[in-house]
Each structure stands twice: as C-alpha cells, then as structure tokens.
Unconditional design. Structure first.
Length: 251
C-alpha cells in the first residue's frame, strides 16, 4: 500500500496543512494530458494531483508518433505504478479494455448526476456532499434511476419529483468496444482484397495509412467484446488467405 500527501490549501510549507490521499499502487485513475516533454507525458489526475507516464508505459515497442496515442487535453485512463510524495508514476498501456470502459462509465455517471443537480437544485454542493457521505455518486445515480425512494433521502421535498423524473428518463447507454488494426497488401488486387477482408457485421472506419478502427455495440460489455473478438479473428483469417499483413494495435 502506498500513500500520497496532497496540500489542502496548495501550500507545501506547512506540514499540518497536508491531507492524506489514499492513492495506491494498481489503482485505476482518470487523467487529463497536460504536456509532452522529452520521453514523458505529464498529466493531471482528476481529484488526486499530478502524474507522469514514460513513453515505455504508453505503448509497447517503438512509438513513431506519441500523438497517435495521447495529446494535450485528452482524457485518458491510467494505472498507478508507484506513488511518490510529489508525483505519481502511471501506465497507459497496462489498462485493460474492461477497466477503461468501467472507469469511464463511472466517471460519466458522476458527471451527469452533478450536472443535473447543479442545474435543477438550489443547493447542489450540499446535496452532493451528503450523497458522498453515504455512497459513491455513480451508485446513487444507478439507484435513483430505478427508484425515487433514495432520492427523497437526500433532496428537499419540493425537488424530489423533478429530479426523480429526470433520472428515470436517463436510459442506459450501449457499451461500445473499439480496436484499431492495420492491413497491408502488395497484391495487384489489393483494394478488392481489403474490401473482401473487411466485409462483416461490425462498423469499420478507414483512418489512413493502412489503419482501420472497428467498433462493437451491445447492452453488455462482455457481449460487445466477444462480438469484436469474433470479427477480428475473422478479419485476421481472411487476411492470411489473401496473403495480406494484419496487425492489431495495442491502443
């Protein structure tokens, strides 16, 4: 277990003004890319200070253009490798697709709830803090969409019906899984071959320079992932039959 100290008032000169932040190794965090310098990417960890990612933790192997993976102001999901007093070492490439999906889903639910409360209640900050003392915001969001009973526990009587109705109308979004891959061929019938290779049920977009993206949608993440893997296996098999080079990208 690792601990980090973060200033409560942004002054590092007085130790008694520091608060303990329970950020530990292997935690999954959401970050905003701030800058790229040398062989490192510097980020703001949402709610937990700053961090850095060495290029070797962005992607395995040689990186031709770091901005193919990250760029300033991009929202990314990372894994904590090591916690230091003034910095956190992070990894971008070690985050699994499922970890990324669930983390972003949680983040989206929290932000949606905060926006709803700030727009439709008279004292949103007080309500948000009250909810946080009882449960995570994303958990409240899920429960409130199913029943107005929990809403009445945290909101003033005159605001319960309005907020309950807004939350009930929020439908669960389909889970989307995406991957990138490349196909190269030197055949005289190359264009025709690639069209044949890519013919399938899922949505595929051409990104340029022999690169493509493929996406799968489903109500369940596992279902979307399985459909994606099935299509990728089919594409790889057809590529071999056409003597084309198929490469799955890590990012």
């Amino acid at each position: 277990k690792a601990w980090r100290w973060k200033s409560a008032n942004k002054s590092h000169s007085q130790k008694n003004n520091l608060v303990e932040v329970m950020l530990k190794d292997q935690d999954i965090v959401i970050c905003i890319v701030k800058k790229i310098e040398g062989t490192a990417v510097f980020v703001d960890i949402i709610g937990d200070g700053t961090g850095s990612i060495f290029f070797s933790e962005i992607a395995a192997g040689r990186i031709r253009n770091i901005r193919d993976y990250v760029h300033p102001n991009k929202l990314i999901v990372c894994k904590v490798l090591k916690v230091h007093p003034d910095n956190v070492e992070l990894s971008f490439r070690r985050v699994t697709a499922k970890e990324k999906e669930t983390t972003l889903e949680k983040y989206e639910k929290e932000n949606t709830l905060i926006k709803i409360l700030k727009t439709n209640t008279t004292n949103p900050e007080k309500i948000i803090e009250k909810i946080k003392r009882e449960m995570p915001l994303n958990e409240f969001y899920d429960k409130a969409r199913e029943s107005s009973e929990i809403v009445s526990k945290f909101l003033p009587k005159e605001e319960i019906i309005k907020i309950s109705k807004i939350l009930a109308e929020k439908r669960e979004k389909e889970k989307i899984v995406r991957k990138k891959f490349s196909i190269k061929t030197h055949s005289e019938s190359g264009l025709s071959d690639i069209k044949s290779i890519l013919n399938g049920p899922l949505e595929i977009h051409y990104l340029g320079s022999d690169n493509f993206s493929i996406s799968s949608k489903a109500k369940d993440f596992k279902e979307a992932e399985q459909a994606l893997q099935k299509s990728l296996s089919s594409i790889e098999k057809k590529a071999k039959e056409k003597k084309a080079i198929f490469e799955l990208k890590e990012k």
